[in-house]
Design a protein around this ligand. Structure first.
Ligand SMILES: [Fe+2]
Length: 467
């Protein structure tokens, strides 16, 4: 009965996915802005909505400060932040961090690129323009702790630390989150903050899509930035676009990437790809770890060629793919067939180590090929596939559906339901240690993958079974 109800719920949910009708938010079920159904032609009157919360109001003070990769992580880093539209002369300063306050004497100042964003283009936002500013720090020294701040020369953020990567393969740690999406401030904040407690020195954080529920609704982005707070300015973010980062802006009827996405995340763009895919499909090489970010919501064929080219040309020690839709979907009725049919063979061929997904609001970890079993001495393991969720919205796992993937070479080893998760990875020499934690910080799943970098052969130990 529970499964039947879930299926009905899921079906109804799928139908409503692109209509941008808001669900209730437990902070404000009565005063949540009414989003107009995008398939209804409506005459718009004044859209000068009030702000919901004081912390979403732009001011002269920098907010929504976020680090992203741009270029070589050992010598470059991008920072983006927001102010109101009166700030036109934005700058960032950076210096090697020091133990006393004199470090700032040697700070280098960068002029920012400023972009105006009319958030009122989406009629449920306040009808204002905001300014997004960005700087790409360059010529940084590898493996060095830096301090930076952003502002306009008079009004500044605090000084914020981050560390550049090494130029070569070295131990590192990073985190990954499934969908945050709903009640972001109320119930996702505890997850990212717990993740920060577990892995404060993480080199980067992968957000595997559906960071918000309504692509263009600025209050939700305000929640996402407030939930992470200074963590977004200290860790380096790898944002992945999900289906909820697309929405209609009436009266137009086509799905548009979130208005905020490109202004607020300074991301690498691949010139060879269609402009539509810029800053949603990109790659990062971090200390010999290759991370390929895909946009599983549009123009998939073009990305197949991109993945092949990137994987073919890579000698990285670890290869990671992340996209929002789950290749081996655990949620009832869901099926990312294109990904399994056209991307998975490439992951097999080039022995991708990890595929990190979201979208299904549950947890599933499995491996390809089926032959790869516990303590497999033969090094058969090719790819570990993980689907996870960090936000409060939860679906059940369809175990029969998962079993059907056996024919496609997948074997599942762990599932989870009704739990908010975050994941921490650690690379140590030839080992990759993977741990999934719950919102309360309890260990839920742990695997150690060992790789012979000369032959590419991998074995793994599922520590859940060892206990
Ligand atoms: Fe999704």
């Amino acid at each position: 009965m529970r499964r039947l109800l879930l299926f009905i719920f899921y079906f109804m949910y799928s139908l409503s996915l692109f209509t941008q009708e808001p669900v209730s938010d437990d902070r404000r079920d009565t005063k949540h802005p009414k989003v107009v159904k995008s398939n209804i032609t409506k005459h718009y009157h004044s859209n000068d909505h009030h702000y919901e919360d004081h912390w979403e109001i732009p001011s002269k003070n920098p907010d929504r400060i976020i680090l992203t990769f741009y270029g070589n992580p050992s010598s470059q880093r991008a920072v983006t932040w927001r102010t109101d539209s009166t700030i036109n002369d934005a700058v960032a300063q950076i210096s090697i961090a020091g133990n006393n306050s004199k470090f700032k004497m040697n700070a280098k100042t960068y002029s920012a690129k400023t972009e105006e964003l009319k958030i009122g283009d989406f009629h449920n936002n306040k009808h204002v323009s905001v300014h997004y500013h960005s700087v790409i720090f360059e010529n940084l020294i590898p493996e060095t702790l830096y301090a930076y701040r952003v502002g306009n020369g008079k009004i500044w953020s605090e000084w914020i630390h981050f560390k550049t990567s090494s130029n070569e393969f070295k131990p590192t740690q990073f985190v990954y989150f499934g969908d945050a999406q709903n009640n972001i401030l109320s119930q996702w904040s505890r997850v990212i903050r717990m993740a920060y407690q577990k892995a404060p020195d993480a080199s980067f954080a992968i957000y595997a899509g559906d960071l918000v529920n309504y692509a263009h609704l600025d209050n939700e982005w305000a929640q996402w930035f407030k939930a992470g707070g200074f963590i977004h300015s200290q860790w380096t973010a790898i944002p992945v676009v999900g289906n909820h980062e697309f929405g209609k802006i009436p009266p137009e009827n086509n799905q548009k990437l979130s208005l905020q996405w490109r202004p607020q995340f300074t991301l690498p763009f691949e010139k060879s790809l269609d402009k539509k895919l810029h800053e949603t499909v990109y790659s990062i090489n971090y200390q010999d770890i290759l991370i390929i970010v895909l946009n599983s919501s549009e123009m998939l064929e073009q990305q197949t060629a991109y993945v092949e080219k990137k994987l073919k040309g890579s000698k990285a020690k670890w290869k990671i793919i992340t996209c929002h839709h789950s290749i081996f979907s655990p949620a009832p009725g869901r099926d990312f067939e294109y990904g399994r049919k056209f991307w998975k063979p490439l992951f097999d061929k080039f022995s991708v180590d990890l595929v990190l997904n979201g979208h299904d609001h549950s947890y599933a970890r499995g491996h390809v090929p089926v032959k790869s079993r516990l303590n497999d001495e033969n090094g058969n393991l090719k790819t570990m596939y993980i689907t996870s969720v960090s936000g409060p919205k939860q679906y059940l796992v369809d175990r029969n559906q998962i079993k059907n993937y056996t024919a496609e070479g997948y074997t599942n080893e762990k599932t989870g339901e009704d739990t908010q998760f975050f994941q921490v990875f650690q690379t140590l020499e030839n080992k990759l240690i993977y741990a999934a934690y719950t919102a309360t910080g309890d260990l839920f799943d742990k695997v150690i993958i060992m790789k012979d970098f000369d032959t590419g052969k991998k074995t793994f130990v599922n520590t859940n079974q060892i206990k």
